[in-house]
Each structure stands twice: as structure tokens, then as C-alpha cells.
Unconditional design. Structure first.
Length: 153
């Protein structure tokens, strides 16, 4: 079963490393310009998932939650991952502290999105009106035994 079929069916991972590996596989098939909305409570592994995405896109360096910065940009000149070429950028947005989509315009995030880019959004409910219709929505959660569930809607 391919990665998208697995994610649509829902995947249970037993560790952060497994969640990251899953996201790394996903990155290889994500078209440039994709917005990923990561739904889930605190501590379900949203940032862990983004760390795997970054690795899958050939982006090195630390990827941490941008809660206090609101968004961070991660770049690579590596040719790994979907989209071809180099100079990939992963924008990681944590909308938890935003009061609505209107605040995004003040941040000028769209000015930083230069192709090829991917955008991962934590707490997308806060900016639902801003998300494009083709956004990929993922539900992340914790199931029995502390394992994590990841499902593409």
C-alpha cells in the first residue's frame, strides 16, 4: 500500500522515530506548494511530524515548535524530495496564539513563500478561513499505550 493510502486509512506509530519516518516518506510524494493542516491536541506529535517532513525534503537542522515565533522557515539547497531542483523551503506555522486569519497578513508569511515551498500549520482551526481549499488535513492523536495515530482526511 502506498504512503497516501496508508495515511488515508490511518496509521498507528509506536514512537516519535516511527512518526518522523512516516512523514519523511510522505514528503517524497508531496507536490511543491502544499499546505498541510495538522489537527490535534497538545502533545500529539505535530512538531515531531514536521521534523520528519523536513528530513524528507532534505532540510537539515533543528526543527522546533514555532509557538513563540508564530512561524519559522527552514531551507535547504539539497535536491532530495518532491518537486525537483534545490532551494526547498518548509514554512512551519503555529497558529495557537493567533486570534484569527487576519493576523496572518500582519506577519507577511505569504511574502516568504517562494517556490518550491511547503507549509505545515499547527492549530489550523485558528486560521481556517485563510487555508486554501486544497489543503491536506491530518488528524493526529494519542491512542492506547501512548501510541500515536495519524490520518489524512
Amino acid at each position: 500500500m502506498d504512503i497516501l493510502s496508508q495515511l488515508r486509512a490511518g496509521v498507528i506509530t509506536g514512537s516519535a522515530a516511527e512518526s518522523q519516518a512516516l512523514a519523511e516518506q510522505l514528503a517524497e510524494v508531496l507536490p511543491a506548494g502544499t499546505v498541510l493542516a495538522l489537527h490535534g491536541d497538545l502533545g500529539v506529535g505535530k512538531t515531531t511530524f514536521v521534523q520528519g517532513l523536513a528530513r524528507g525534503l532534505g532540510i537539515g537542522g533543528a526543527v522546533t515548535s514555532p509557538t513563540f515565533n508564530v512561524f519559522t522557515l527552514h531551507r535547504s539547497d539539497c535536491g532530495k524530495g518532491a518537486g525537483g531542483g534545490g532551494g526547498r523551503m518548509l514554512a512551519h506555522l503555529d497558529a495557537y496564539r493567533l486570534e484569527g486569519a487576519g493576523q496572518l497578513e500582519d506577519l507577511m508569511l505569504e511574502d516568504f513563500l517562494v517556490m518550491p515551498w511547503w507549509l505545515a500549520v499547527e492549530w489550523p482551526e485558528k486560521i481556517a478561513d485563510w487555508l486554501p481549499p486544497q489543503t491536506w488535513h491530518f488528524d493526529l492523536g494519542i491512542v492506547d499505550g501512548g501510541r500515536h495515530s495519524i490520518r489524512l482526511r
